[in-house]
Ligand binder design. Structure first.
Ligand code: C2E
Ligand code: MG
Ligand code: MG
Length: 686
């Protein structure tokens, strides 16, 4: 050690030694930068980075050696063998390549082996370089120092790459430092291994000190320039990659349309908040489901739907404060998170959230009023883990939806019971569909003009063993949810045809058709078979469907309707006025009847606006020359107003409730005539 230090201080130009060390340190840092790129590269770019890395590393090692050689004062004339000097540079570069490749192998434990190869390359380069160093004198080698220099170089290089392979900037910096030390240690220990007995045979041929300094300076500049360029390209590439990674991560975590965080980001945020809840103990998970959004999509097209979503997202972003997040979870479903310390903050957030929907969304082509059903679960009260909180907020949102409430609905334990009930009912319904445990009730329809019975609407009931007769509103949507609506609907059509065929009066029947059944390719066949098997004339069967059945898949729906009509069946548009009330739907198919929803006659006897509304909807039907039937007629006055506004038929409790028994036509006739007969007063309507 002392010998090395003595050799360094006494026999070297210390300024050039400092330059050599600087080259070693800067060059090693650059090598580690390139090494990081090699680790991250794949395919063709891997070879490119190995090539650049080995040229950079070899140049750094060789330049350190060369400058340190120039710093050495041999005490005798010195010349350099050009060929061997260049060969030593080539060796450094060539051997660095496999070293870097092994060090960057996917198996991390190979890193020190790659470093060891580079350590060997440094040693080989140094002693080849020394062979190019021609000095007038006798050179004596101390083999112990030679062995120590090689051992140190290999060990330190191995250590350098082992350290640099660890993730993070610090290990890379330490690795670079160790590599610099390996290069410098080899050189100066190697120099201490060489004893020169000067002879000065050709003093005139030796390089002067000034020439050596100039050579060292020129080599340093050229090398540092090259090493610097290589390191900068590695840096730029790294930055580009991390930018691209950042962009990809953003894309993966954000919704493409609205740029709001997506479901994945929402999940990550929720988990993170739950983990660090110690600071802010309260948190709310909020679920939002848009209402009236589907109508925009169906009426104005998906582009319009997208416009609404983008505008909605902008409003959502505007109301956010620190600690709050709103994400688009899919379709028209949104989620929000808020960490809060007192209930007031939560209330304020919910007010801001509801406020988003207060104003209409107005665009060039259309305007729409969108609402939302909001449900929320609170942590830790309603749950401590993400899944529970999400499921409960969802339940609360469904409660808000089923109650058609625009007020935020907080989760409570009864909702779980409701879900359990619903599940039980679903299982029982599956069984009921298998056992055909239903019965059909019939509600009479009559002509306003004559009072004669014009037909019966078929209304299904579930004969439940313990709950009695369950009305269709409670199980038809459930049957649609559990995938049982088609077998149920097929049974209804078959049974209705069969029962009606046995009636002596030959009245027509109207069977309700679920939108899902209308999209069933077997529907036309089912109807044909039911008619054939029962012997019911097709003209006696009308199918009732709502606008939504057509709007879902317009072309297919219209084809199906065409086929049913061609068979001779009638078609009625049910519940008209409450859905889309689309003139387009009315025009697209020649319906035999429009059934005006019961809500239009509900308060015509006490509300002038209701009468005006009724008048406009009836006018829509009559201008298209389609007879209009008013549903839900309970009072004579409603019948009179319906008659006056142009309805041609009625259905309602006034003339008959749904029942297994058919009504007495004479009774219906007299009820209608009494209500519409001469002298009957029509209150309110001027
Ligand atoms: P809808 O097709 O509009 O049937 C008319 C509903 O109004 C029936 O209710 C009927 O009982 C009720 N209603 C009739 N007159 C009056 C009245 O004067 N006052 C009041 N308050 N209500 C009256 P129901 O039987 O409970 O059926 C409800 C809905 O369930 C039906 O509405 C229909 O959409 C659906 N539905 C009924 N049977 C079937 C079926 O066989 N298949 C399918 N897919 N849906 C059905
Ligand atoms: Mg109906
Ligand atoms: Mg109806």
């Amino acid at each position: 050690m002392m010998e090395v230090a003595t050799c360094l201080v006494r026999e070297h130009d210390l300024r050039l030694v400092a330059v050599a060390v600087l080259v070693a340190v800067l060059g090693s840092a650059a090598t580690m930068q390139l090494y990081a790129r090699i680790i991250g590269a794949r395919g063709g770019s891997l070879l490119g980075w190995i090539a650049l890395g080995s040229v950079g590393t070899g140049t750094m090692v060789w330049c350190t050696h060369f400058v340190a050689m120039m710093a050495f004062r041999a005490g005798a004339p010195v010349r350099l063998d050009t060929t061997l000097t260049l060969v030593s540079l080539g060796i450094a570069i060539l051997f660095a390549a496999p070293g870097l490749a092994v060090a960057a192998s996917v198996r991390r434990r190979f890193a020190p082996w790659g470093g060891a190869i580079i350590g060997c390359a440094i040693s080989l380069m140094h002693y080849t370089g020394m062979a190019a160093y021609r000095v007038d004198g006798i050179v004596e080698w101390r083999w112990g120092y030679v062995a120590a220099s090689v051992l140190l170089s290999v060990t330190l290089s191995a250590l350098a790459f082992r350290t640099a392979r660890k993730p993070g900037l610090m290990p890379r910096a330490i690795g670079g430092l160790l590599l610099g030390v390996a290069v410098a240690t080899l050189h100066f220990t190697g120099m201490a291994a060489m004893l020169i007995h000067a002879l000065a045979l050709h003093p005139e041929q030796g390089l002067s000190d000034a020439t050596m300094t100039a050579l060292a300076a020129a080599t340093t500049c050229a090398s540092l320039l090259f090493i610097g360029c290589a390191a900068i390209s590695a840096l730029i590439d790294g930055q580009t990659q991390s930018d691209a990674y950042g962009r990809m991560r953003r894309m993966a975590l954000h919704d493409g349309l609205t740029d709001l965080p997506n479901r994945m980001c929402f999940g990550e945020d929720l988990s993170a908040r739950l983990q660090r809840r110690a600071g802010t103990p309260l948190m709310a998970v909020v679920m939002l489901d848009l209402s009236r959004f589907k109508a925009v999509n169906d009426t104005y097209g998906h582009q319009a739907g997208d416009q609404v979503l983008i505008a909605l997202a902008a409003r959502m972003r505007d109301i956010l404060q620190p600690g709050e997040c709103i994400a688009r979870l899919g379709g028209d479903e949104f989620g929000a998170l808020i960490s809060y310390s007192d209930a007031g903050e939560l209330t304020a957030f919910l007010d801001r959230l509801s406020g988003i929907f207060a104003d209409r969304f107005t665009f060039e082509r259309f305007s729409a009023s969108i609402g939302a059903n909001i449900g929320l679960a609170l942590a830790p009260r309603d749950g401590a883990d993400a899944d529970t909180l999400l499921a409960r907020a969802d339940l609360a949102m469904y409660r808000a939806k089923s109650e058609r409430s625009s007020q935020p609905c907080f989760y409570d334990a009864t909702m779980d019971e409701a879900v359990r009930d619903q599940r039980e009912l679903a299982n029982e319904l599956r069984e009921a569909i298998d056992r055909e445990a239903f019965e059909l009730h019939y509600q009479v329809q009559a002509s306003i003009g004559t009072g004669e019975v014009t037909g019966y609407e078929v209304l299904v009931r579930w004969r439940h063993p313990t709950r009695g007769l369950i009305p269709p509103n409670l199980f038809i949507p459930l049957a649609e949810d559990i995938g049982g609506i088609i077998p149920l609907s097929e049974w209804i059509i078959r049974q209705a045809c069969f029962e009606a065929a046995l009636w002596p009066n030959r009245h027509p029947i109207a069977v309700n058709l679920s939108p899902l059944h209308l999209s069933d390719p077997e529907l036309v066949g089912t109807v044909r078979q039911a008619l054939a098997a029962s012997g019911l004339a097709p003209e006696r069967l009308t199918l009732e469907l709502t606008e939504s059945a057509i709007i879902h898949d317009r072309h297919y729906a219209l084809d199906q309707l065409g086929a049913l009509k061609a068979m001779g069946c009638g078609l009625a548009l049910d519940d008209f006025g409450v859905g889309y009330s689309s003139l387009d739907v009315l025009r697209s198919f020649s319906f035999d009847r429009i059934k005006l929803d019961a809500s239009f006659v509900a308060d015509v006897d006490s509300n002038k606006q209701a009468v005006a509304l009724l008048r406009s909807v009836v006018a829509l039907g009559t201008t298209l020359d389609i007879p209009v039937l008013a549903e839900g007629i309970e009072e004579p006055v409603q019948l009179r107003i319906a008659a006056q506004e142009g309805c041609s038929a009625i259905q309602g409790y006034l003339i008959g409730k749904p029942s297994r028994e058919l009504v007495d036509p004479a009774l219906v006739r007299s009820t209608v005539r009494k209500a519409t007969g001469e002298g009957a007063e029509i209150s309110l309507v001027a």
